[in-house]
Design a protein. Structure first.
Length: 120
């Protein structure tokens, strides 16, 4: 638990792979006595593997070269609506069709559908 905040800081604010590896190595070295179980070693190995596989996707929003100036998290708050609309009820979508549907749902949530419909 004492390293969780440091790991989040290294991932979210620094985005420093070397620092993340140092923290994970430190966590592994602290698995002593009652914490030194095969299950804890497996959890740590899975966390390390997840971070390595998803490193590019973990990159913080502010560090990406995006032209978006703000985000309100409409996808997070409407995840259920999106998944029901896109996945359920026997509907199948192409990638472009799914992206269009999600864009419409996001625009409705953000109250800027009219702007999108009138833009290029």
């Amino acid at each position: 638990p004492e390293l969780q905040g440091k790991l989040i800081y290294a991932l979210e604010f620094k985005y420093d792979r070397d620092l993340v590896n140092i923290i994970l190595d430190t966590a592994e070295s602290k698995l002593i006595d009652e914490l030194d179980t095969p299950q804890n070693h497996e959890h740590l190995a899975r966390l390390r593997s997840y971070i390595n596989r998803r490193w590019d996707n973990i990159k913080p929003f502010k560090m990406r070269n995006l032209k978006v100036t703000k985000a309100i998290g409409s996808c997070e708050s409407n995840r259920r609506k999106y998944t029901y609309r896109v996945k359920g009820q026997g509907k199948y979508w192409s990638e472009a069709g799914a992206e269009g549907m999600l864009r419409i749902l996001a625009c409705i949530k953000n109250r800027d559908l009219e702007q999108w419909l009138n833009s290029d």
